[in-house]
Write a protein that binds this ligand. Structure first.
Ligand code: PLP
Length: 403
């Protein structure tokens, strides 16, 4: 991989903040966009724009073709069986809320249980809590060890005859743990229970094959994989999606409507009420084409090298403690230095041009498990370099010495 050449595709990476070159290490929150993604949006607005699926006219048909071709690009990217299994949403959060509502309506009754892990992002916890409050279901939590690995025997013990669903992050946004989702799915299936995988932090960094994983539902956000904001994906096996009721009502999701009765559209449109973000889906497809052209295996290998280098550099800093030491980790490093508050560390690093995340990272129950308020998080993407890791390490040293 020619990283310098790749960096040229991302105009924002050459800007300065506070007179310093930007070192952008907040990729877990959102990634920067290559020129081809922004160009795709501009091109579509300037030369194709029309509402999809509705018009007989030329532009509408062209916009529809682009939108549906994007669905095929997503299908190929995660290796789904059919485009009927690809639902466009606003992002991971909306995908999970959709599922919590629809799966809850169809399959959850008072006293039923949902299993989730201690390291879930609030997006994969709060929708289930809302559902729990509405329908009287129980939530059971998979614990982890101090290295940040989920305890598999405890997981197995959580299953009861009332377990209806397992919800699980593929990669933790705080600890970087890559959970053994394939094995955990196989176990759940052995108990007759489907699994939702939150792929927000995996799709940008690892090759994902939903059929090889045998995931029943898999969700991710476009903006974390170099695509635009406001577009995401819910993958669901057709056999499940077919059995779920619609989410929102409106145009597009219907087949016929009278005042007495409405029949619903087929998959995937049943779940896509209203005008979709068709420009966003085109741009998401460009982003997936972009990373596919580099190769997800290559990206994963490069980020692994970079994270290993960063781990080594950071570990050498006196008083620095890394949170999350699982045997398989993604490109995320959460850390604390002595008793320096993460917010102070983040603010001072920012003044050096280094963008990191600080706080609870939308995972407050995980912070409670770790007995801390928050961490500083550096999260890497395909355009980050060892030189940037050096700037980070030197920056942390500088802040440490100030305290
Ligand atoms: N799940 C995980 C693991 C995340 O890291 C995030 C975002 O940080 C989300 C869900 C929510 O994603 P979004 O805000 O794009 O819906």
């Amino acid at each position: 991989m020619d990283i310098q050449k790749i960096r040229e595709d991302f105009p924002i990476l050459s800007r300065q903040v506070y007179g310093k070159p930007l070192v952008y290490l907040d990729n877990g929150a959102t990634t920067q966009k290559p020129r081809c993604v922004v160009d795709a949006m501009v091109d579509e607005y300037y030369s194709v724009n029309a509402n999809v699926h509705r018009g007989v006219h030329f532009l509408s048909q062209q916009a529809t073709e682009l939108h549906e071709a994007s669905r095929e690009t997503v299908r190929r990217f995660i290796h789904a069986r059919s485009t009927d299994e690809i639902i466009f949403t606003r992002g991971t959060t909306e995908s999970i809320n959709l599922l919590a509502f629809c799966f809850g309506e169809a399959f959850l009754r008072e006293g039923d249980e949902v299993i989730l892990s201690v390291m879930e992002h609030h997006s994969n916890l709060v929708p289930w809590q809302l559902l729990a409050a509405r329908r009287g279901i129980g939530l059971r939590v998979i614990p982890m060890d101090d290295r940040g690995e989920l305890l598999q025997e405890e997981y197995h013990r959580l299953f009861t005859p009332r377990t209806r669903l397992v919800c699980l992050a593929h990669v933790s946004n705080v600890l970087g743990t890559v959970n053994p989702v394939r094995e955990m799915i196989a176990f759940a299936h052995g108990q007759g229970v489907p699994v939702l995988v939150d792929g927000a932090q995996s799709v940008p960094h690892l090759p994902v094959d939903v059929q090889a994983l045998d995931a029943d539902f898999y969700v991710f956000s476009g903006h974390k994989v170099y695509g635009p904001t406001g577009v995401g994906v819910l993958y669901g096996k057709e056999e499940w999606l077919d059995r779920l009721p619609p989410y929102q009502g409106g145009g597009e999701m219907i087949q016929s409507v009278t005042f007495e009765k409405t029949t619903f559209n087929e998959l995937p449109f049943k779940f896509e009420a209203g005008t979709p973000d068709y420009v966003g889906t085109t741009a998401l497809a460009r982003a997936l084409d972009y990373v596919s052209a580099i190769g997800m295996e290559q990206i994963a290998a490069y980020e692994q090298q970079l994270t290993a280098y960063a781990t080594e550099r950071l570990q050498a800093i006196p008083g620095l403690r890394i949170l999350g030491e699982a045997s398989r980790k993604g490109s995320v490093i959460s850390f604390l230095v002595g008793d320096i508050h993460p917010f102070d560390m983040g603010t001072l690093l920012d003044r050096l041009g280094i963008a990191v995340r600080t706080g609870h990272h939308c995972a407050q129950p995980l912070m409670q498990r770790l007995g801390i308020e928050g961490t500083v998080r550096a999260s890497f993407a395909l355009y980050n370099t060892c030189a940037e890791v050096d700037v980070l390490a030197e920056g942390i040293e500088r802040v440490r010495k100030m305290f």
